[in-house]
Design a protein around this ligand. Structure first.
Ligand code: ZN
Length: 196
């Protein structure tokens, strides 16, 4: 057996148990040249979503439309999105945050008076429906954060979160009179108690 194996065999169990227990007792210092890879419990590794990701430079490009109210709304949205992301446990990819009128008008399928225009909504990339399924399984949390979603049949590759209720008050709502872009993406079922 080589020295390396000996050292690993000697020290690894000790180090592992120490890390686990956060014990204060003395531990032999690992011999310098031997790097024992103890998988460090990674902090979630999640990068918080930033305001820049919601703005995409539009605050400069459309400076005249970028009001204090929109900025304040985005700050509130950001806190909530980061709470959702932390609970979800994986990095969100933001497709769209604030939309000035011209951007909204040229966004396919966007509602005419989309909540994106007031900085109250964000679209999270969701090609495989993982965010959708997770959201549906965590409606208690989503409701406690005051968040609402567009019906997933209208959002083929993303999940739309908004921090104000739609007119209907429904937890999940149909965003427009246009036909669904992805009929059948979702079975449409959730407990109506969340609409209250
Ligand atoms: Zn949206």
């Amino acid at each position: 057996m080589g020295i390396l194996q000996d050292l690993i065999a000697k020290y690894l169990p000790q180090i592992l148990s120490t890390v686990q227990q956060k014990a204060t007792e003395e531990v032999a210092k690992p011999v310098q040249p031997v790097k024992v890879e103890i998988a460090p419990e990674p902090k979630s590794g999640l990068k918080p979503i930033t305001k820049d990701q919601l703005l995409m430079g539009r605050d400069k490009q459309y400076a005249s439309e970028y009001t204090q109210e929109i900025s304040d709304n985005l700050d509130k949205l950001l806190v909530i999105l980061n709470k959702i992301q932390a609970a979800y446990g994986k990095q969100f990819v933001i497709n769209s945050g604030w939309r000035p009128a011209a951007v909204n008008a040229s966004t396919p399928g966007a509602a005419k008076h989309s909540t994106h225009m007031m900085g109250l909504a964000a679209d999270i990339s969701d090609h495989d429906g993982a965010v959708m399924r997770w959201t549906l399984a965590n409606l208690d949390l989503i409701k406690s954060l005051g968040v609402h979603m567009e019906n997933w049949d209208w959002t083929p590759t993303w999940t739309h979160y908004q921090i104000v209720p739609p007119k209907s008050g429904h937890m999940v709502f149909v965003p427009s009179t246009a036909p669904a872009l992805a009929p059948g993406r979702w079975n449409g079922k959730y407990d109506p108690k969340y609409d209250a």
